[in-house]
Design a binder for this molecule. Structure first.
Ligand SMILES: [Zn+2]
Ligand SMILES: [Zn+2]
Length: 577
């Protein structure tokens, strides 16, 4: 060890090698080396970079703090006037930027092009750093450099969608269409780059018709896009005017826009496919034709549209197909039960009707409840021990390597609490996040997890009761309880009923499997998202096997009795502020 340290101080090359690879376990080595020879701090490497600049480029905060402690010059600039904190911004590390701020770096400095730290953060799409710079250092989102480039220009230039969204939110970036000294607007940059979603975002976020604005060379964004030459660029140019129409008519037009029509089409697709399959299966007398045909329609019209989370169109709206499928399935079953099954069994087996009627009432009530209650969205964020909501500064100053790392949600602008997750489809952080249910178009979390599980139970019960009712009818009509005989009878005389029974049976099976899975994770005080693996991220890995049956049953009881696991059971006090 002693020898190694001397070797380090003996040669600069070795010292820079150490700086390039140092981590939490051997950072003392740098400390010892510097204690022996402080002059190392002012000797550059072969690229002309000083140790503090190398540390900034790496974005490794403990090293930055250490070098600054030993007196490294934290305001030293490169040829183009970049300070070390600018290099740290460029590295994308919020921790490194915070470390420089803590050491007293000048956070409002500009390089020789007049660029601020905000410009540097926007160039690499470091949204967390941008938020930090504004909240903690009062840096402007709409700062202009010597050529009037704004952070928005640079974010668009480098296609950082999340960063563009952040800058456009709440009018942060000021004028969306601010041009630089060459007359180039952010939209012109997006048009030249062919950045479709960014261009759409820019157009929709402005009240003006941005397509009419010409740049310094007298070119409109559409002309810039057409300049791209390829068919893709031509289509993009055409699309831009469509978005402008959408933006100009939003809220005023009675005609649904092209995306609304797509939404309704996809919403009704699964239900229509199911109905069509049922009708064709019933009407076509040849099984060798009707079965493959019905199967193909169900696969392509019912299952295929369920696959995506979002519509494949520019708006990226949430895919309504699963909810459409769910509601269609429920509606078809209810109608068929009360027209096909009930009248033919009444008044015998009356108790089944009572049960199924209550089941339907329960399903509709819980569906309404799930749709209209807050699933447990978080609005304040994680708090410190004295109850103060944590901020991005607390996140930036976290002890590294402590095992528990909290992150900041730039969309909700809160520190994400333990067991919470940001749902991109709901655009909110949800506590005790289980999953985002596409069938209900709703997050399942702290407030509605128990409702969801009961809902799942009632749905499966409904499916099996329908099958049970169908069996009674077939037995009655065929005059036998021999399943093979009445199945043969059904395939000739009651094909529509048997189709529905099959659908209900499969859905019921699917629901039951989900229900069992839910009970297993609830009994371990987990959620679908934060299962043993997810909890391990918080340094609290639980071994499912070790839980006794009694513990599991008690956990399930607590879950239903309290509506959820108590929040404090999940929160950890190990995070010091
Ligand atoms: Zn969030
Ligand atoms: Zn959600």
């Amino acid at each position: 060890m002693e020898e190694q340290v001397q070797d380090m101080s003996g040669g600069n090359h070795a010292f820079f090698q150490l700086l390039g690879s140092v981590n939490n376990t051997n950072i003392d080595l740098v400390d010892n080396t510097l204690l022996q020879d402080l002059s190392l701090l002012s000797v550059p490497n072969q690229n002309g970079l000083l140790p503090i600049q190398v540390a900034a480029n790496r974005g490794y905060s403990p090293l930055i703090q250490l070098l600054a402690k030993h007196g490294a010059d934290i305001e030293v600039t490169t040829k183009d006037g970049k300070t070390p904190v600018m290099l740290a911004c460029q590295s994308g590390s919020l921790y490194a930027v915070h470390a420089f701020n803590q050491c007293g770096s000048n956070m409002i400095s500009r390089d020789s092009y007049g660029r601020t730290l905000m410009h540097y953060a926007a160039t690499v799409g470091a949204v967390h750093t941008m938020h930090y710079l504004h909240v903690n250092c009062n840096l402007a989102y709409d700062a202009k450099d010597n050529d009037d480039y704004t952070p928005l220009h640079l974010a668009v230039w480098n296609s950082h969608m999340q960063c563009v969204t952040y800058l456009l939110k709440n009018g942060r970036c000021g004028d969306v269409n601010a041009a630089n000294v060459y007359g180039t607007t952010p939209l012109a940059v997006a048009a030249k780059n062919g950045s479709r979603s960014i261009a759409r975002h820019l157009i929709l976020s402005s009240k003006k018709n941005l397509l009419l604005s010409k740049d310094g060379n007298g070119m409109t964004p559409v002309q810039h896009a057409l300049h791209g030459g390829t068919d893709k660029f031509k289509e993009f140019a055409l699309q831009m005017s469509l978005w402008t129409t959408e933006q100009l008519t939003a809220g005023r037009s009675l005609m649904p826009s092209y995306d609304t029509l797509t939404w309704y089409f996809v919403f009704f697709l699964p239900g229509s496919a199911l109905t069509l399959a049922a009708v064709l299966f019933t009407l076509i007398p040849y099984l060798s034709v009707s079965i493959p045909l019905a199967l193909a329609i169900v696969i392509f019209g019912f299952f295929a549209p369920l696959n995506n989370h979002r519509l494949p169109t520019d708006s990226g709206l949430q895919n309504p197909a699963p909810m459409g499928a769910f509601l269609a399935g429920l509606t078809i079953t209810v109608i068929c039960y009360f027209t096909l099954v009930w009248p033919r069994l009444w008044p015998d087996n009356w108790y089944w009707f009572i049960i199924i009627a209550f089941d339907y009432i329960g399903i509709i009530y819980l569906f309404w409840k799930l749709e209209y209650t807050d699933p447990g969205f978080e609005y304040v964020g994680k708090r410190s021990e004295d109850g103060r909501p944590l901020t991005i500064v607390d996140v930036a100053g976290q002890e590294r390597g402590s095992g528990i790392q909290y992150s900041f949600c730039t969309e909700c602008e809160i520190v994400i609490p333990e067991m919470a997750k940001h749902c991109k489809l709901c655009s909110r952080c949800c506590n005790n996040f289980d999953h985002h249910c596409l069938w209900l178009k709703m997050c399942i979390g702290a407030n509605n997890h128990h409702t969801f599980v009961i809902f799942l139970f009632l749905l499966s019960l409904d499916n099996f009761l329908f099958v049970r009712g169908g069996c009674s009818i077939l037995a009655l009509l065929s005059g036998t309880y021999d399943p093979w005989v009445f199945l043969k009878y059904a395939m000739v005389h009651e094909k529509f009923l048997i189709f529905l029974m099959l659908c209900n049976f499969l859905t019921g099976l699917f629901g039951m499997m989900n229900l069992l899975y839910q009970l297993s994770i609830i009994s371990a005080k987990e959620t679908t998202y934060f299962d043993s693996k997810g909890l391990a991220a918080f340094g609290r890995k639980r071994d499912r096997q070790k839980l006794s049956v009694v513990t599991r049953l008690r956990n399930i009881k607590t879950f239903f009795f309290n509506g959820r696991h108590k929040k404090q059971e999940f929160s950890s006090n190990t995070f010091m502020v």
